[in-house]
Design a protein around this ligand. Structure first.
Ligand code: SF4
Length: 723
């Protein structure tokens, strides 16, 4: 364990069952009521959202509550930043009664114990932020706290927090102690750093006070926009709660997730991964969109912990994973394999690769495949170009089409300076070969001579010498063993793949990798998840010293395809597992590639675009978040690695925008402040000028590049992706 990780001394040595990685059960929690809705225990995962209206605007707020309830939202939160908002709560309650609205309402409080006390009179739950309930505004001051000073501040917190706890207890309402990564108090930051350990400690300080007052209707949250930080914080919280005997339910959320696919991907990686491990009792998806959109995404994710929660039965035991901490990121160590040029090498210190499946070459034909390949390598794809095309070879016509495609790829000059090693398009080729072809040695040798990777589907260890013979004539061809989920138990499947790898190593095949693939689900069914099977696979491989790279092949089909793929592949990537990603399901290969890169970026494994941190908005929001965010994205989405925050208000925005490089923050109606890091550098900018000023700021700081014009994939060039 790294000794430099902030707060590592707080990592528990004994892990609770729920952090067991090969068969976790839902974490046991007490049931906490929020009005008429129960959270925790065996209750379903509750889906909640938050109004973006000014709470004082009673009619607008009632209208949004009604829309959210109609969409199925089970709990609605309202911001209560001022006396005017608190005064509106009784009228909202009355209006709800008159309209027959029964969804529980929660007051969201920052900075003001007074507002919390007022809201506690009219709401079903009060959310406080331990980072600013007592400590107030952050100044990012660096100072050493002595133990005495620290204890003194805790005593002050107890004094200001106790009346609220007592009032909530007397009224029988619940409370959320909701930590946000971006708004830890200066006191916590100075002692524990900007870390999951600091987030957890921040919440536990308040929870201990509540427990001393014999108040237990408390729910925790540990939100962050960085999915890795968020997952590690919740896991650490679960472990620390187990140590302290706290069985409080958890509210999951990824903050400032933004909008569109990226927000859904980030939310699925953060929340889906935890739900899949049995952690979490209620969720809120934060979108910079109409809050009604959050509800179906929430239910899409809640499926993970419902019928979709797959308790994968093992046929035996699995070796413990060495060197693995659930509280900090470490990439699984693998041996680099070559597969057609440096940009496709996989494993070792290489970036995780993106692959795309294009089906049978004889069906699409070499010309159409070439057009698709060109489009995938077009400048407008920016950094999001795949590194490997995967093709299915089922008969002699596929072998011939594959040979023809290879020729065309090598002869193509459209890639210009980005050309591959042989001068053509910089794409490695894989053949996923069915048994009739690869058992025919001359056909196998032909395939091997034109591809960079060969995947003999359904091979057995006894077949490996023949495969080795076919590969021996060609250098740098990787032998990949791919298997599909849903057949054998994961440990039996892992043992079979490990036997194949061991046989290949014994036969002196230098470049070997493995893949697990999610099959296309039957109509009306949810796809299987890669998470547990691949964890089992890597544990088995590592125990046998087989440090081969792993390709994650996830399905993205149907209404929840993005969520399923991001949970399945992203859940592994955030744990450091996975050396390449292939997404099967979308009909447009550019979509499949974009999703794979989006998942890698959401898991913070490979950055290819601008990273946006945009708040969902609430009653404090000072501008139209959705159109403004869209406008900023149009101007800046090509800036690889630049992190831009778009925050609705200056009260919480600067604190919540975490590690953004640049910030666009609402200052007052019609006016914006611009930030570099945490520092406000341009004040009071009229909203109409602010996007230009933001671009100027990015240019001034040397982070600007000119965008490349888009060239959409022609319809006739699109081929069906994957199998
Ligand atoms: S940053 Fe401000 S406007 Fe945005 S959600 Fe937070 S409090 Fe509301």
């Amino acid at each position: 364990m790294s000794t430099t990780t902030p707060g590592a001394s707080l990592f528990p040595k004994l892990l609770p069952d729920v952090l067991a990685r090969f068969g976790a059960r839902r974490r046991r929690t007490r049931v906490v009521s929020i009005g008429n809705v129960k959270v925790g225990g065996d209750e379903p995962i509750r889906v909640q959202s938050m109004c973006t209206t000014h709470t004082w605007d009673v009619q607008a707020t009632l209208g949004q509550i009604a829309r959210l309830q109609a969409a199925g939202c089970e709990i609605v939160r309202l911001t209560v930043p001022s006396q005017k908002d608190a005064d509106a709560l009784p009228r909202i309650r009355e209006g709800m009664r008159e309209c027959g609205l029964i969804v529980p309402i929660v007051a969201d409080i920052h900075f003001s114990p007074k507002m919390a006390m007022l809201a506690a009179e009219h709401c079903d739950k009060v959310r406080i932020n331990p980072g600013n309930f007592h400590d107030g505004q952050k100044f990012f001051k660096v100072r050493e706290y002595t133990d005495a000073e620290y204890q003194d501040e805790l005593a002050q917190i107890e004094e200001s927090f106790t009346p609220l706890v007592q009032r909530c207890k007397a009224r029988g309402i619940s409370m959320r102690i909701g930590t946000n990564h971006g708004s830890l108090s200066d006191r916590i930051m100075n002692r524990y750093g900007d870390s999951p350990a600091g987030m957890v400690e921040s919440a536990l300080e308040f929870a201990r006070i509540a427990r001393r007052l014999d108040y237990h209707d408390v729910i925790f949250s540990m939100k962050a926009s960085n999915t890795r930080v968020m997952i590690e914080a919740y896991r650490l919280l679960v472990a620390r709660c187990a140590e302290e005997g706290l069985d409080l339910p958890l509210h999951l959320g990824v903050t400032e997730a933004g909008d569109g696919d990226d927000a859904r991907i980030k939310s699925a990686i953060g929340m889906g991964t935890l739900l899949e491990d049995g952690i979490g009792d209620t969720i809120r998806v934060s979108l910079t969109e109409d809050p009604v959109h959050e509800v179906p995404v929430g239910f899409g994710l809640a499926r993970v912990a419902g019928p979709r929660l797959r308790r994968v039965a093992l046929s035996g035991s699995v070796p413990a994973e060495r060197d693995l901490s659930p509280f900090e990121f470490r990439r699984r160590a693998t041996r680099r394999v070559e597969q057609g040029g440096a940009n496709a090498a996989m494993g070792g210190d290489q970036l995780p690769r993106v692959e795309v499946g294009l089906g049978r070459p004889s069906l699409a034909g070499p010309d159409k495949l070439l057009a698709t390949a060109r489009s995938l390598c077009a400048p407008s794809m920016g950094e999001r170009k795949p590194e490997l095309l995967s093709l299915d070879v089922g008969d002699a016509s596929d072998v011939a089409a594959l040979e023809a495609l290879r020729e065309r790829l090598e002869a193509d000059t459209s890639a210009g300076p980005d050309a591959g090693p042989a001068g053509g398009l910089p794409l490695a080729l894989e053949a996923r070969v069915r048994p009739p072809v690869w058992r025919d040695l001359p056909a196998l040798a032909r395939v091997a001579s034109v591809v960079d990777r060969l995947s003999p589907l359904g091979a057995a260890p006894a077949d490996v010498p023949a495969l080795q013979q076919a590969l021996s004539a060609v250098a740098d061809v990787t032998l990949l063993f791919e298997d599909e989920l849903g057949g054998a138990a994961p440990d039996a499947q892992a043992a079979r793949l490990a036997d194949l790898v061991a046989a290949a190593r014994a036969a002196k095949v230098e470049h070997v990798a493995v893949a697990l693939r999610t099959p296309a689900p039957a109509a009306g069914q949810d796809p299987l998840s890669l998470v547990t099977p691949v964890r089992v696979l890597t544990a088995v491989l590592d125990a046998r010293g087989l440090d081969v790279p792993v390709v994650l092949c996830a399905q993205a089909r149907g209404d929840h395809g993005i969520l399923d793929a991001a949970t399945s592949a992203g859940g592994l990537l955030v744990d450091g597992i996975g050396d390449a990603v292939r997404i099967d399901g979308p009909t447009d290969p550019r979509r499949a590639v974009d999703l794979a890169f989006g998942i890698l970026q959401g898991a913070r494994r490979r950055t290819t675009r601008t990273e946006y941190i945009s708040c969902p908005g609430c009653g404090r929001t000072l501008f139209e978040l959705e159109p403004v965010t869209a406008k900023i994205k149009v101007r800046t989405s090509h800036l690889k690695g630049v992190k831009i925050a778009v925050m609705g208000c200056v009260v919480n925005g600067p604190g919540e925008m975490a590690d953004a490089d640049f910030g666009y923050v609402g200052w007052k109606p019609g006016k914006v402040n611009l930030y570099v890091g945490k520092t406000c550098v341009v004040r009071d900018v009229p909203e109409d000028d602010a996007p230009d000023k933001l671009v100027d700021l990015i240019k001034d700081h040397g982070r600007w590049i000119e965008p490349v014009q888009s060239d959409p994939l022609p319809v006739e060039a699109a081929v069906q992706v994957g199998s």
